[in-house]
Write a protein that binds this ligand. Structure first.
Ligand SMILES: [Zn+2]
Length: 348
């Protein structure tokens, strides 16, 4: 008997304790949110009211957020107008135009921008996966993250005390063939543009090599590598990075699916690196916080078993499995929820 994959939606008959948590045990700083054009598009101002969004987040225990956006110059001013008056609650991480990295004067411009960001009180800058996955150099190839011409970006950020929050690569399976053996098959059917397995792309391993090269060449720069150090699939690898590079922190945005399916390894990881892991979600302004935060809190705070990591059928539902809670103790929760971020954002 054959059934279409899309028609197979088994309902678990398991009976185990359920803890729904809308307010976390301790106040939260979400270091990975988007309030601008990156996710919401060029008309983002119309999509939400800043005060109202931050008020809704506060009801879910989120006191402060980092707004990660690829904006600079005029677009940054526009972003700041949209979030004006919320300076203590919302920290925008702007960026620099890396696509100009081969132009003369790029380095001077980057150095000027970073110095100006630091003077203006920004805490960090955002860099994205577009560098190695979408942008092309003048020869038509993708840009290496460890290209010496980009080194000034990381150096200047570090010299000015700005944290570099960077999203590198994507889940490992996006770099393996898009077929019946791919663990994100259904997700890739929805978003085929995330299939980076074809020729002309850097492999996942090459991405990790470039990531390591950048971490080792810029020891004076603090990096937050988003999405669990780009590799929630292999916490042994991420642990090795954290051991080797004291300048590295990771956020857990959009990765409780990957972490919660390996609860024993994840719990050991969070306990061992409790002072290096940051709470983040990839929240998008205007989105209902109820669709996101309770799932994170349940994963981090409880020992609940075999539950959904996102509302079924939602965009955040990315792999056909369920997760388990890791019941973190209070001291680890405090660090992950807020204290690590306070240190990096210089809020102490
Ligand atoms: Zn993001």
């Amino acid at each position: 008997m054959d059934l279409r994959l899309s028609e197979y939606q088994p309902v678990s008959q398991l009976v185990t304790p359920v803890h729904e948590i809308h307010v976390p045990r301790f106040p939260v700083i979400d270091v990975h949110t988007h309030f601008g054009p990156m996710v919401l598009g060029p008309e983002y101002e119309k999509e939400y009211d800043t005060e109202q969004v931050l008020g809704n987040l506060a009801r879910f225990g989120v006191e402060q957020v980092c707004n990660l956006e690829l904006v600079w110059d005029g677009e940054l001013e526009r972003m700041n107008r949209k979030t004006a008056g919320q300076e203590g609650r919302l920290f925008t991480f702007p960026s620099v135009d890396v696509s100009r990295y081969e132009e003369p004067g790029f380095e001077d411009g980057v150095r000027r921008s970073m110095a100006a960001y630091a003077r203006a009180g920004y805490r960090g800058v955002k860099l994205w996966k577009n560098i190695t996955l979408y942008l092309k150099d003048s020869q038509g190839g993708h840009i290496r993250l460890d290209d010496p011409k980009l080194a000034c970006v990381f150096d200047a950020a570090g010299e000015n005390g700005l944290v570099v929050l960077i999203h590198i690569a994507d889940p490992k399976a996006f770099f393996t063939p898009f077929d019946g053996r791919n663990e994100y098959y259904e997700c890739l059917v929805e978003s085929p543009e995330w299939d980076f397995s074809g020729p002309g792309h850097f492999s996942f391993r090459e991405h990790m090599e470039m990531q390591e090269a950048v971490l080792s060449r810029h020891p004076g720069t603090v990096f937050v590598i988003a999405h669990c150090g780009s590799c929630s699939e292999d916490l042994g690898y991420v642990s090795g990075l954290l051991d080797r590079f004291p300048n590295l922190y990771v956020d857990i945005a959009a990765r409780i699916n990957g972490l919660g399916r390996q609860p024993y390894a994840a719990r050991r990881f969070f306990l061992r690196y409790a002072d290096r892991v940051l709470f983040g979600t990839d929240f998008i302004a205007g989105q209902d916080p109820a669709e996101l935060y309770p799932y994170y809190y349940r994963f981090l705070e409880t020992f609940d078993e075999y539950f959904d990591y996102a509302p079924p059928g939602s965009e955040n539902s990315m792999g056909r499995w369920k997760i388990y809670g890791i019941g973190l103790p209070d001291d680890a929760l405090r660090l992950v929820y807020r204290d690590n971020a306070r240190r990096l954002l210089k809020l102490e």
